[in-house]
Design a protein around this ligand. Structure first.
Ligand code: PEP
Ligand code: MG
Length: 574
């Protein structure tokens, strides 16, 4: 058994697919000069084997799908004979003494970058072909079973060193029913995406990719963080029983789907969902979301070759507005790129500290072309629903004012063009940077609302990377420093008559909910899959008692003491 960080609730049993590129990186090796010939021969054998496989696939495709589809594989075969491509790989093995896998991966990256940089649609498409055929060659070199041989009805579990947000966004929801990664923590974007998709995930497992083969049978328990590879039958039966119990519990929660979110003594809060794609709103609705508290729009920009234009964005925002009907709020966060969310086609320079760098509102204030296009699209969609705008990563009043000035300009443009939008649209900001939290009293005068982004606020307050398991002992939502900031932000908002919400992962954590209620939080925005669990919890809580409990909790000296206090005095009594 392997144990990592439980990142997304639930259990899944299925077949592993090991993500290739990461495996190659993990197995990157130098060879001895006397082994160069052997390595080149191994490469040649695998080139031949790959060519053969493609021949079979080509014939099948021609019969089943047609001449043109078959030709695609012919193009793949040509790469395997291309003297320039093969020559480069052999040169890498010979000159850099790299194993064949790493040499293929490096040369593929080089050629793909070259093709993608060309001003020619045809050549850019060749980049995708090259990726595909190189993947097949790498699988052969690594002795990994072809994924096509995995029974397509079985749930698939992705095993990867890490999954980038754009990888995660592109996972096929129909097939991929869980994932496990070597690195990452509860608030890595891959973990957040798993919760959005409602699939179990375990992250930070160390070296799962080394121990897993394609086709291995896995049990992934996203509630406890346990993963089993090729388990005994008895264990499978045990887990199947657990899955049935989970399903019953979910059915129980489902009964609350149309209820309001209210404590036992009648205090009303809003339970909202965080989404990354317009389709997620449909699921959020099914899980009883009373609003969309965070639409992470950056996912619209990922997994593609260029920026989405105004029309495409408008359609996406409008679609969410239509799913949520006229009343329920939709907080659309403007582009939050940077940190672990990259957009390769922006060609941004690599940074030493990406989380402290050119990201989110900083990039948008600089690249006003990108920002204005998005603001236009959001404003236009605001005629269709209760849409609000939210800026990410604001660190100072100056930035808030600059963003608002650009918004005012865009509004003016639309007025002149006679394009309708909601003139009264609310404009809020995230509190993710300690500087913003500390100056919340000033910011609250000019922002219509706050949403506390604890995922980042914790990492910046504690100076502990949210992705790094080695410093996760510091990354603690219950740390008194973090809680004091949260308290200050909520009070500052209320003093100005504004509402304060939270869209960081903390908002959906069981032990945090009573504390945040006691601190006066108005809106809790979380992964859709957590909403009903929290709604059920609220029914057992007494708001009138929580204010004092929160005040006492904040006098305690550590996150552990605070959690233990909440557990013993509140949760255990439910
Ligand atoms: C946060 O930082 O808490 C947040 C919600 O933003 P993201 O997780 O997208 O950085
Ligand atoms: Mg953030």
């Amino acid at each position: 058994m392997y144990t990592g960080t439980a990142a997304s609730h639930g259990i899944v049993l299925g077949r592993a697919i090991v993500k290739l590129e990461e495996t190659v990186t993990a197995l990157r090796q130098k060879i001895e000069p006397q082994h160069v010939i052997d390595e080149i021969n191994r490469l040649k054998d695998n080139l031949k084997a790959t060519h053969h496989q493609l021949e079979t696939i080509k014939q099948q495709a021609m019969v089943n799908m047609g001449e043109e589809e078959g030709r695609i594989f012919e193009a793949h075969q040509l790469f395997l004979q291309d003297p320039e491509f093969i020559g480069e790989i052999e040169a890498k093995i010979t000159n850099e003494l790299l194993n064949a896998e790493s040499a293929v991966a490096d040369v593929k990256d080089l050629f793909v970058a070259m093709f993608e940089g060309m001003d020619n649609e045809y050549m850019r498409e060749r980049a995708a072909d090259l990726r595909d055929v190189s993947g097949r060659l790498l699988r052969n070199l690594l002795g990994i079973k072809d994924t096509a041989s995995i029974d397509s009805d079985e749930p698939i579990i992705i095993v990867a060193y890490d999954l980038t947000p754009s990888d995660t966004a592109q996972l096929d929801k129909e097939k991929v029913k869980g994932f496990v990664t070597d690195i990452g923590g509860r608030t890595s974007h891959s973990a957040i995406m798993a919760r959005t998709m409602g699939i179990p995930a375990v992250v930070g497992l160390g070296d799962m990719t080394k121990h897993t083969q394609d086709g291995d049978f896995l049990i992934v328990d996203g509630t406890t963080g346990e993963v089993h590879i090729n388990p005994e039958a008895a264990l499978i039966v045990q887990y199947e029983k657990k899955m049935q119990a989970d399903a019953l519990l979910k059915e129980e929660w489902m009964k609350l789907v149309h209820e309001t979110s209210v404590t036992a003594d009648g205090h009303r809060v809003e339970l909202a969902a965080n989404i990354g794609k317009p389709e997620d709103a449909v699921d959020a609705d099914k899980q009883g979301a009373e609003a969309i508290g965070l639409f992470r729009t950056e996912f619209l920009y990922m997994g593609r070759e260029k920026l989405p234009d105004e029309e495409e964005q408008f359609e996406a925002y409008k679609a969410v507005a239509q799913t949520m009907d006229k009343d329920r709020a939709i907080v659309i966060r403007t582009l939050d790129i940077g940190g672990d969310k990259e957009l390769p086609y922006l060609n941004l320079p690599k940074e030493m500290n990406p989380f402290l760098g050119y990201r989110a509102i900083r990039l948008c204030l600089d690249r006003q072309d990108i920002f204005k296009t998005q603001l236009r699209a959001i404003l236009r969609a605001s005629s269709y629903g209760n849409i609000k705008i939210m800026y990410p990563m604001i660190a100072s009043l100056r930035e808030l004012r600059q963003a608002n000035q650009i918004l005012a300009d865009v509004k003016q443009e639309l007025r002149e063009e006679k394009v309708p939008f909601n003139e009264e649209i609310e404009v809020g900001m995230m509190i993710e940077v300690p500087a913003a939290a500390i100056t919340a009293d000033q910011l609250a005068k000019e922002a219509d609302f706050f949403s506390i982004g604890t995922n980042d606020l914790i990492q910046y307050t504690m100076a502990a990377d949210r992705m790094n398991p080695d410093v996760s002992y510091l990354y603690d939502p219950f740390n008194p420093a973090v809680l004091r900031l949260i308290q200050y932000v909520i009070e500052a908002a209320h003093r100005e008559g504004k509402w304060a919400g939270m869209c960081g992962e903390m908002a959906g954590e069981e032990a945090a909910v009573p504390l945040l209620l006691g601190l006066g939080l108005d809106e809790f925005s979380m992964s859709a899959s957590s909403i009903l669990r929290v709604r059920r919890l609220l029914k057992h809580l007494h708001h009138s008692e929580l204010k004092d409990a929160a005040a006492h909790a904040l006098t305690l000296e550590s996150g552990d003491a605070i959690q233990a206090y909440i557990k013993e005095t509140i949760l255990d009594k439910i």
